[in-house]
Design a protein around this ligand. Structure first.
Ligand code: NAP
Length: 250
């Protein structure tokens, strides 16, 4: 077995222009994968690709893609398949948004937007990539969905977000059952509070309250989530399927 965890594999990452998605691209590239970095923000995703390790035989591409649009997902996947002459065997559904407010103040649009990106977006990418993998006869597929610990706990001000992430966990377990026999695994990671642009805007008093409940006594770093995702992407986790792995500092 190579010392690099995902040497020669092709990885499709959503929300790759920032935070955890960018760190996932960097960690998978360090471990030998070719990266298809996708994000709705074209400059950000190009910047991510500029940061990636390139060993001999390793290449990466940046694609502008909106996970809420089946058309955008299918177009990006097709151009990635044309570029690499085969579909990705690793897929990381990481794109996500928050639109926080108390339930009594949440409007229909804010609820729908968060469900559309976090849950429907994960479904669209998972469905399109699993279909491509199965048609290409790939039997070492690994799909990792980024959910959240608040999908288990709930969180004040995050009804839309926590419901979307609970949905991602259920979708993951169902995909694991449906795709298991095809040789495609599907797992979820459940990050706690990770320092990224998404959490930069959280008020200090809310951060302090959350931190008081974290055994590690600090926020997580995007790389700490990316390392777990890379393990789940690799053949080292070949019998892990349908799992929800918490990355919360305890
Ligand atoms: P982030 O820094 O805001 O990165 C998310 C990326 O996804 C951004 O580049 C964003 O682009 C992109 N994105 C948003 N909507 C998209 C769409 N419709 N299509 C394609 N790309 C889209 O957030 P992060 O903290 O790294 O979060 C990554 C994932 O981890 C999310 O699923 C999040 O829910 C999850 N998570 C984060 C934490 C945490 O504490 N940070 C905890 C638990 C789970 P824009 O910049 O244009 O919006």
């Amino acid at each position: 077995m190579s010392s690099k965890l995902v040497l020669g594999k092709i990885a499709f990452v959503t929300g790759a222009g920032s935070g955890i998605g960018r760190a996932v691209c960097q960690t998978l590239a360090r471990e030998g994968a070719c990266i298809i970095a996708t994000d709705r923000n074209p400059e950000a995703v190009r910047e991510t690709v500029g940061l990636l390790t390139r060993d001999a035989g390793q290449s990466h591409i940046a694609l502008t893609m909106d996970v809420t649009s089946a058309n955008s997902v299918n177009t990006s996947l097709q151009s990635a398949i044309e570029h690499f002459s085969r579909p990705p065997s690793i897929v990381v559904n990481n794109a996500g948004i928050t639109k926080d407010n108390f339930i009594l103040k949440t409007d229909e649009r804010s609820f729908q937007d968060v469900i559309d990106v976090n849950l429907k977006g994960t479904f669209l990418v998972l469905q399109a990539t699993a279909k491509a993998m199965s048609e290409a006869g790939i039997t070492d597929g690994s799909i990792i969905n980024v959910a959240s610990i608040v999908g288990k706990w709930g969180n004040i001000g995050q009804a839309n977000y926590s419901a979307s992430k609970a949905g991602v966990e259920a979708l993951t377990k169902t995909a694991a059952k449906e795709f298991g026999k095809l040789g495609i695994r599907c797992n979820a990671v459940l990050p706690g509070f990770i320092a990224t642009p998404m959490t930069d805007t959280v008020p200090e008093n809310v951060k302090a309250m959350f931190l008081s409940r974290v055994a590690a006594g600090r926020l997580g770093r995007p790389e700490e989530v990316a390392e777990v995702i890379t393990f789940l992407a690799s053949d080292r986790s070949s019998y892990v399927n349908g799992a929800s792995v918490e990355v919360t500092g305890g």
